[in-house]
Ligand binder design. Structure first.
Ligand code: 4AD
Length: 444
């Protein structure tokens, strides 16, 4: 007898009464004396009904199995994901899974197991939904940028300069022109400069690329490699205009996400949560750094040493999150003292000791976006480089942007992993990142 045609599980309904071949993996197994039931999954799931003699002597969860059988309607009162099942005539195990599978990665496993056995955990139903929602968030972002006419750029991960500088830079050896003279390269912390450089020709642009930070932070929201969504906009002539761009961005991304991902979000049980966050994008609180300091004092939020914050102190992560939690709104923190922000931020018009920066804070996770208007003046930028102990020659191309017709840009960087953690209401960034990288963890 010739082998019946291969049919995809989702197509089975079209073959009622016919004999077909299907392939998939065993996701449930109920073996009884006379009759056994196998749930076979391959994108979709179907129930296989097999009499005793048909079941192979060795069959385990996750094994890859070929089944030849007749498609029949589900009996009345039976429940399954499809309205049909398969009456098996022949079952062949093509790849036998080790029977230790269910004990290695039980569905109730804690976070440590979920990390050490990540390659199995990828098969967990909830994790699959999270991974799909991540793909849908990426699509939502691309659709928003298509809507506003920005061009996607693919920047490099290796850079020859330190970009933002600082202690969190990964240094790597890059092949030089000759074998004996390797070059020093850095893994990029941000693709901002790449975007700034292509903007004069291409116009408003964005990228979705990995950024690397050698931070020794074991927190719920830090990774050493994260997915960074960044954009740069030309001819931004005021700080208010920059804030308007940010407002539209978060509203637009979540709007597209809700359209694309509603089914996945429903299955994850977080559709309402994302809808509430979407509503929050219409009622954002703008708080200057100095107002935030005052609020901390009013609320009794103190520095780590127990003292009140001084006017020009940076508010660390924990206290910042506490503040946003209390406010329970999306907050734009703005106008920071220049000493704790990057050298490229433009000074505020009314007080040049402050910069036109804006961090976007979401309840539950804290900072999701870092952004600002860029310094436009060639001489001031040189001055800021010097103040920050950075070498002018390393920033030649960056300085040239101010020397040859500056486009008055502003831009932002959004941590995709942080945004997704917040949208899905997950406890840590590690739950939503397919291959998280953080201190002490680089495998798998
Ligand atoms: O505030 P940051 O450092 O801004 C920049 O890198 C700018 N150059 C971006 C720009 O203007 N083009 O980082 C931006 C965002 C943060 O708000 C945060 O969401 C995310 O990147 N981020 C991290 N996410 C996970 N793990 C880390 N270690 C992160 N560091 C920053």
């Amino acid at each position: 007898m010739s082998t019946p045609a291969w049919v995809a599980i989702k197509e089975l309904e079209k073959y009622i009464g016919e004999s077909v071949s299907i392939i998939g993996n065993v996701s449930k197994l109920r073996q009884q004396k006379k009759i056994s039931f196998i749930e076979l999954t391959n994108g979709n799931t179907v129930q296989i009904v097999a009499e005793a003699g048909i079941i192979p002597p060795k069959i385990t969860l996750e094994s890859t199995v070929k089944v030849i059988g007749t498609v029949s309607l589900l009996p009345k009162g039976a429940h399954s994901k499809l309205p049909v099942e398969l009456q098996a005539q022949e079952i062949e195990v093509l790849s036998l899974a080790d029977e230790s599978y269910s004990s290695i990665c039980p569905p109730e496993a804690g976070p440590a197991v979920r990390l050490s056995e990540r390659h199995f955990y990828f098969r967990d139903k909830r994790f699959v939904l999270i991974t799909k929602s991540r793909a849908q968030l990426l699509r939502a972002i691309r659709e928003y940028y298509a809507e506003i006419g920005y061009t996607e750029i693919t920047p490099p991960s290796f850079t020859g300069t330190e970009c933002e500088g600082g202690a969190t830079l990964f240094k790597v050896e890059h092949p030089g022109k000759s074998m004996d003279k390797p070059m020093t390269a850095y893994l990029t912390q941000s693709s901002q400069f790449a975007l700034e450089m292509v903007l004069p020709g291409v116009g408003d642009c964005y990228c979705i690329a990995p950024s690397f930070r050698a931070e020794h932070s074991h927190t719920r929201r830090h990774l050493t490699e994260f997915t960074h969504v960044e954009h740069e906009t030309g001819y931004v002539m005021s700080f208010e205009q920059h804030l308007e761009i940010l407002k539209n961005l978060i509203e637009g991304i979540i709007r597209h996400f809700l359209l694309i991902a509603s089914d996945t979000l429903t299955k994850l049980g977080v559709l309402e949560r994302v809808q509430e966050l979407y509503e929050m994008t219409k009622d954002i609180l703008i708080l200057t750094h100095s107002e935030a300091i005052k609020k901390c004092r009013e609320l009794g939020i103190k520095q780590d040493n127990g003292e009140d914050f001084g006017d020009r102190d940076d508010i660390p992560e924990t206290q910042e999150r506490q503040l946003i939690e209390t406010i329970n709104k999306i907050v734009f923190l703005t106008e920071f003292p220049k000493e704790f922000k990057s050298f490229y931020m433009a000074p505020c018009v009314n007080d040049p000791s402050l910069v036109q920066g804006c961090d976007v804070e979401f309840p539950g996770i804290g900072e999701v976006i870092g952004s600002g208007v860029r310094e436009a003046n060639y001489e001031s930028l040189r001055e800021r480089l010097k103040e920050n102990g950075l070498k002018e020659e390393d920033y030649k191309e960056y300085l040239d942007l101010r020397k040859f017709g500056f486009r008055f840009t502003s831009g932002m960087g959004l941590g995709l992993d942080r945004l997704l953690t917040c949208l899905l209401g997950e406890n840590t960034i590690r739950c939503v990142t397919t291959f998280p990288r953080f201190p002490g963890y680089i495998r798998p």
